[in-house]
Write a new protein. Structure first.
Length: 390
């Protein structure tokens, strides 16, 4: 069973493609607040702050609503996608390290500043990458005790409008906001993909693999869902809303090519499935080419491989959306959303390969051509198995 990486925010990448929020993919060392925060301001954007820890580093990625220049850079090495930020307290000042994440998923260091309280710095180094200047300011803030958001007092409600599925169980999961939903396929055909929307837990898209459906006809399957308490924060506490939002089982795809439920959701699931397959095909072709390379030229085989991987496209082909729209009734204003589903999954596939390459570089190896070829062979076998199971 494959679960869509969209749920877990795959390593701060889909944050860029799926989210319009300021900040995502946070990584915080274990430390308390320092009484300082970094305020980020820019025209036409509401100010927001990032914490400065007393001991430790705060890392995050600003994406989605980063103010952009009217003209997009033509050079691929300057097409900015996000701004990774690292914040570290040094004595009475704060060190802010800024990088630019490119559309190729490369990262470029652009600036490091040591900022004192009440000092304001205008960041212009991001302009060549298609972003507007923005300001950083370290300000003092009152240290408040953390507000604890309690778990739901009861199991969340999940509505089901599909005749092919029956909810047969819901139980508490391992963590405070995790739950285990049991579903039975009461149709006469296999379910190969499913979408469940939890208002506070994201969109859960799951699909099976070749010869192993997600939920066989008559079978019962369990899936993890997430739900948090919704409410408001006062000066003293968190006050839960009297009525909590419900989840919804939106769409199911069957192994005979039919579907039930929301047509746009079904089309998006199919778009993601096709995007994943398309990127697997491209990755396998790339690895096959690398294995067949004679390694001649000024660049090392590893440098050539890295450039090939970072150059992988995350764009699908135009015929895919057209083909999907013939099968699923999609309103014209939703076509772009379905096309984005292809791109999202291709981005996840590309980043997965980049992560494997980084793990190889950081691991223990000789660095010789034989060592690299062994890694290429193992990696190609892995991706080939994924493609064969698709």
């Amino acid at each position: 069973m494959n679960q869509s990486p969209m749920l877990w925010f795959y390593l701060g990448v889909l944050f860029v493609f799926l989210s319009g929020s300021n900040i995502s993919a946070e990584q915080v060392d274990s430390s308390g607040p320092s009484g300082l925060v970094v305020e980020i301001t820019s025209p036409d954007l509401s100010p927001f702050t990032l914490p400065v820890l007393q001991d430790g580093t705060f890392e995050t990625t600003w994406s989605g609503d980063v103010p952009r220049t009217p003209l997009r850079p033509a050079d691929n090495n300057h097409k900015g996608l996000s701004i990774p930020i690292k914040i570290l307290k040094e004595g009475n000042a704060v060190r802010v390290d800024l990088r630019v994440g490119l559309e190729s998923f490369k990262e470029v260091a652009v600036a490091t500043y040591l900022i004192r309280p009440d000092q304001k710095i205008i960041i212009r180094e991001v302009v060549p990458y298609g972003f507007l200047p923005f300001a950083l300011k370290v300000i003092r803030t009152k240290i408040r005790p953390p507000v604890k958001i309690p778990p739901l007092p009861a199991l969340p409600e999940v509505e089901n409008n599909l005749k092919s599925l029956e909810v047969v169980g819901l139980e508490k999961g391992e963590s405070a906001d995790q739950y285990l939903l049991s579903l039975q396929n009461i149709a006469t055909k296999n379910i190969i993909a499913l979408e469940i929307v939890m208002p506070t837990g994201g969109i859960n898209q799951e699909w099976g693999v070749l010869d192993k459906p997600l939920i066989a006809a008559g079978a019962i399957s369990k899936t993890n869902i997430s739900a948090q308490t919704v409410g408001r924060i006062t000066d003293e506490e968190f006050v839960p809303d009297p009525v909590q939002p419900k989840g919804l089982i939106k769409a199911a795809l069957f192994d005979d090519g039919t579907y039930e439920g929301d047509s746009v959701s079904a089309a998006t699931i199919e778009a993601r499935r096709r995007g994943r397959k398309l990127q697997l095909e491209r990755v396998n072709a790339l690895l096959e080419k690398a294995l067949g390379s004679d390694g001649q030229g000024s660049a090392t085989p590893l440098e050539i491989l890295k450039e090939e991987i970072y150059s992988l496209s995350v764009d699908g082909d135009a015929t895919t959306v057209e083909d999907i729209s013939r099968h699923y009734p999609i309103p014209n204003d939703q076509l772009e959303s379905v096309a984005q589903g292809i791109k999202d999954e291709m981005a996840v596939g590309k980043y997965g390969l980049i992560s494997k390459l980084k793990a190889y570089e950081e691991g223990e190896h000789t660095g010789g051509s034989d060592d690299l070829r062994a890694w290429l062979k193992r990696t190609k076998d892995y991706y080939e198995s994924l493609l064969n199971a698709h």
